[in-house]
Design a protein around this ligand. Structure first.
Ligand code: EPU
Length: 417
């Protein structure tokens, strides 16, 4: 198992290049199941979750290879239609194979994911949407068993604008008979990226990025050839890291328009941010000012940045109120930040953070991906040494994090224990 050792107090300075988006890559990989052929994705990050999805596709009979950010997947001879518990347990996004499999092959078996470190995270909306499209669903021994002839286009209203739910249903609807309308759809850039890729495969999708997505089913799709959008959460994480060290950096290979809420909030804290077409310049000279956030579906402040923003607020001047409205248990980083001296009180879905002038290094345990990123950010300003254990959480979603941070001056080292 790896751990990170970080010595705080270094000002970050330089350039950071952003990788392709994890949460855009995973549904695109699942989409390759819609067409038995060879597919090609570029700007793909080399992450543990990408390999987990690759392994899942391999258990279905596909082949994949990832080299120099190019991912090739051959889905021409599938032999299995089952996503096993062992894989779904380690990555919930595995459920994304359900829609494509049932649409293309009329059968699929996917283990129910169960709870995880950030909340219960049911998939009822995925299943109800598929049922409305004519899929027969039964639950057997912890597995969702889905069967259907050709799916039927229908109107689906999502009670919550679920991201992977929207993606699953949109993929399933591409091959359905007739038109499917998904109302209260998720508007995240990753959903838009998937819709654009599917349209290039020959799908007919309109409205992605708005509340209403309309999909006119087609008979078949062509192979996927697409470039993954930049990872907005990775970019926002590094911007926050630079800000906490009162550093100065150019974040390259980003889409600033995907980061409007985060940029607005960071500016409120006093961070200077200038944007260009695919670059963000960030600079912070002073201690940040406190600012309140409430996580919301896109274009609101992303839940995937809540923990990192809290790390910044833990050294801010003043008190900030942080409300988490997407997941019910996404404050696992609080106890660890407290071990560094942060003053944070949690009541239900609200955290009150009273900024401290200094944090102190400590041995810490990462609990989930974004919580781990917040600990690394806090460690960059903490006095002395911080040890972050269970780095495998970070490796799920941050490509070469210690290399990227070291290149801008951080004192960070990975050791194998
Ligand atoms: N929900 C339901 N029923 C459903 C589906 C969702 O009640 O059928 C609830 C969830 O429990 C949650 C809320 O709806 O309270 C929103 O969850 P959503 O389904 O949108 O989340 P997700 O699709 O499982 C994706 C990202 C997450 C990100 C969330 C929210 C991927 C692969 N994952 O998850 O990313 O936090 O959207 O933006 O796209 C991460 O990268 O660290 C991460 C957790």
């Amino acid at each position: 198992m790896d751990r990170l050792i970080i010595k705080g107090g270094r000002r970050l300075e330089g350039k950071i290049n952003i990788s392709g988006s994890k949460n855009a890559t995973l549904p695109l990989m699942a989409a390759t199941l819609l067409c038995p052929d060879t597919h090609r994705l570029t700007n793909v990050p080399d992450l543990r979750d990408v390999h987990t999805m690759g392994n899942l596709l391999a258990t279905l009979g596909a082949e994949y290879s990832l080299k120099d950010s190019v991912l090739e997947i051959n889905t021409s001879s599938l032999k299995e239609f089952k996503a096993p518990y062992e894989l779904v347990r380690t990555m919930r996004a595995s459920v994304l194979v359900l829609g494509p499999l049932i649409a293309r092959y009329g059968m699929a078996e996917v283990s129910l994911p169960g709870g995880c470190a950030i909340g219960a995270r049911p998939i009822n909306l995925h299943l109800e949407g598929l049922q409305k499209m004519g899929v027969e669903i039964t639950l057997e021994f912890g597995y969702v068993k889905a069967k259907a002839k050709r799916l039927q286009g229908t109107d689906i209203y999502l009670d919550i604008p679920t991201v992977t739910g929207t993606e699953n249903l949109m993929m399933a609807a591409t091959l359905a008979k007739g038109t499917t309308r998904i109302e209260n759809a998720a508007k995240e850039p990753e959903v838009v990226n998937l819709a654009e890729a599917l349209n290039r495969m020959g799908a007919r999708i309109k409205g992605a990025g708005t509340d209403l997505i309309e999909i006119e089913g087609v008979e078949e799709l062509r192979p996927l050839a697409h470039t993954v959008i930049p990872d907005r959460i990775e970019a926002a994480t590094y911007i926050t890291a630079v800000a906490i060290t009162r550093g100065e950096a150019l974040i390259e290979g980003v889409k600033p328009e995907h980061l409007e809420a985060v940029i607005a909030k960071l500016r409120e804290t006093g961070v200077e941010i200038k944007t260009e077409k695919d670059k963000i310049f960030v600079r912070a000279d002073d201690r940040p000012r406190a600012s309140n956030i409430k996580t919301m579906p896109y274009p609101g402040f992303p839940t995937d940045m809540q923990a990192q923003f809290m790390a910044l607020m833990s050294v801010a001047e003043g008190t900030s109120i942080i409300r988490e409205t997407i997941f019910e248990n996404r404050f696992m980083h609080v106890a660890e930040l407290r071990r560094m001296g942060a003053d944070i009180i949690v009541e239900g879905s609200t955290a009150t953070v009273r900024g401290k002038e200094k944090l102190k290094g400590a041995p810490l345990m990462a609990t989930d991906l974004r919580a781990s990123a917040s600990l690394v950010i806090a460690a960059l300003v903490a006095e002395g040494e911080t040890i972050v254990d269970r780095v495998y959480h970070l490796d799920r979603g941050y490509e070469k994090i210690e290399e990227k941070l070291r290149a801008v001056g951080a004192d960070i080292e990975r050791v194998r224990i």
